[in-house]
Design a protein around this ligand. Structure first.
Ligand SMILES: Nc1nc2c(c(=O)[nH]1)N[C@H]1C(S)=C(S)[C@@H](COP(=O)(O)OP(=O)(O)OC[C@H]3O[C@@H](n4cnc5c(N)ncnc54)[C@H](O)[C@@H]3O)O[C@H]1N2
Ligand code: MOO
Length: 406
């Protein structure tokens, strides 16, 4: 039994939890070919190289005239007109061609002058300004050269990449199929937003925040399913949803109450528990289990507790499993103060920003209330408040940026 396996059923650290998930859960990563119109936000599954130069030929950036420049000569005979898309004939010494923006520079020409800088008189252009040989020509391959890498495996496709792929004439590329997930919110007290409020009930914040967090990590979430506190019903719901999902996340029922059934539920599904509880505040109560290489992650019913495990552990698992790779540790300069001491590392919502090339982070959570979902609004990272520390202005802290930060 190695060190990882020995600790498996104890409370684990964030790093251990991530390592165990990555070692024990082996979701099959499917690669699919998709049209570039449909790949925004997908993760690239292979390096993509341009087969052509962009632009593919020397071209004119202006409507004007092109010729072989003789720096002392200020008068050229206009012998042809070249439109964008046309190939012009060779230009001889003393000749020029009227050329439109985007048209290919013909053989023999090496210089362009703008239309408004010349006078056209009886088939000739004349100008007074000085010209420089080679001016006003966009060179072949100036933007992207043939053989240059456009995207690397693991890159996230953004709109800029789609523009360059299109420029290079690439219609389809291979991307990783998105991970699929289902959220099951247990608890007979939980009702979905949109329903009339009833005394004693609570709206399903946990389901909705996890839904959007999963989406921000590029997972396809099929559903938010409510399930009452009943071992049979919860395990059936998990098993049914595991058929179509790589990841099932549940909330509720992981503490020690009379209806905290998740350990029995997991046993009933036949899944193997790979760790229980992460050594963090808030929360940390959870059960991670694996069945058929898929992940069942049972989080706390308390949404802030569920989110702290998601942000610290599940986010990194999703980064690696989705094909993006491990995130580098990020550190920022703390602004403000956080006055609450904790025996465990505490993960709180923060807002990171760059000022004068330095990365700062401000705590969105002033620690004045225990369960503060409100601090999630306008957060773009989670801040790790190391156990036993109370950071003040200027201290260096670890942060985990959310996808929306990058
Ligand atoms: N005797 C002890 N009791 C508790 C302990 C403990 O150590 N000993 N730990 C407490 C802490 S801390 C937490 S956190 C909770 C965790 O409990 P569970 O994960 O089993 O979650 P539930 O009891 O089902 O719910 C907790 C809380 O959250 C509300 N809830 C549930 N689902 C949702 C949802 N989808 N959206 C919004 N709110 C939800 C639920 O009504 C409860 O108020 O255990 C403590 N108890
Ligand atoms: O685990 Mo709890 O988060 O302290 O409410």
């Amino acid at each position: 039994m190695n060190c990882l396996e020995r600790k498996v059923l104890d409370m684990v650290s964030v790093d251990e939890a991530v390592d165990i998930l990555l070692e024990k859960v082996n979701i099959e990563r499917i690669i699919e070919e998709k049209n570039i119109k449909d790949i925004y936000g997908y993760i690239v599954a292979e390096d993509i190289v341009s087969d052509i130069n962009i632009p593919p030929f020397d071209r004119s950036p202006y409507d004007g005239y092109c010729f072989c420049a003789d720096e002392n000569k200020k008068r050229y005979e206009v012998v042809q007109t070249i439109y964008a898309g046309d190939i012009g004939g060779k230009i001889e010494s003393g000749e020029c061609a009227a050329i439109m923006t985007g048209a290919a520079i013909p053989d023999g020409a090496d210089t362009v002058i703008k239309k408004e800088d010349v006078k056209y008189i009886d088939g000739f252009i004349e100008f007074e300004c000085d010209i420089k040989k080679g001016q006003n020509i966009v060179l072949c391959g100036e933007d992207v050269s043939k053989g240059e890498k456009i995207l690397a495996k693991g890159d996230i496709v953004d709109s800029g990449s789609i523009g360059v792929l299109a420029y290079a004439g690439i219609e389809k590329i291979k991307v990783f199929k998105r991970l699929s997930a289902t959220i099951i919110n247990t608890g007979s007290e939980v009702i979905n937003p949109g329903n009339k409020y009833e005394n004693g009930k609570i709206y399903n914040a946990g389901g909705y925040i996890l839904y959007s967090k999963l989406k921000s990590y590029r997972a396809d979430v099929s559903d938010i399913v409510l399930c009452e506190d009943d071992i049979e019903k919860i395990s059936d719901t998990i098993e049914k949803n595991m058929i179509s999902s790589d990841i099932v996340i549940t909330t509720g029922g992981v503490s020690v109450g009379d209806k905290d059934f998740m350990p029995e539920v997991i046993e009933k599904t036949g899944a193997k528990i790979i760790f229980r509880n992460v050594d963090i505040r808030p929360g940390g109560l959870c059960i991670a289990a694996v069945k058929n290489n898929k992940l069942i992650m049972c989080l706390s019913g308390n949404p802030t507790a569920a989110v702290s495990v998601f942000d610290s552990v599940i986010s990194e698992f999703l980064n690696v499993t989705s094909g993006k790779g491990k995130k580098k540790k990020t550190q920022a300069i703390f602004k403000g103060r956080f006055d609450k001491n904790s025996k465990r590392d505490r993960y709180i919502n923060g807002y990171a920003y760059i000022d004068d090339t330095k990365l700062y982070v401000r705590a969105n959570d002033d620690c004045s209330r225990k369960a503060r979902m409100f601090s999630g609004i306008k957060s773009n990272c989670t801040i790790r408040i190391k156990s036993g520390t109370k950071p003040v202005d200027g201290d260096i802290v670890d942060i985990i940026p959310f996808p929306e930060f990058i």
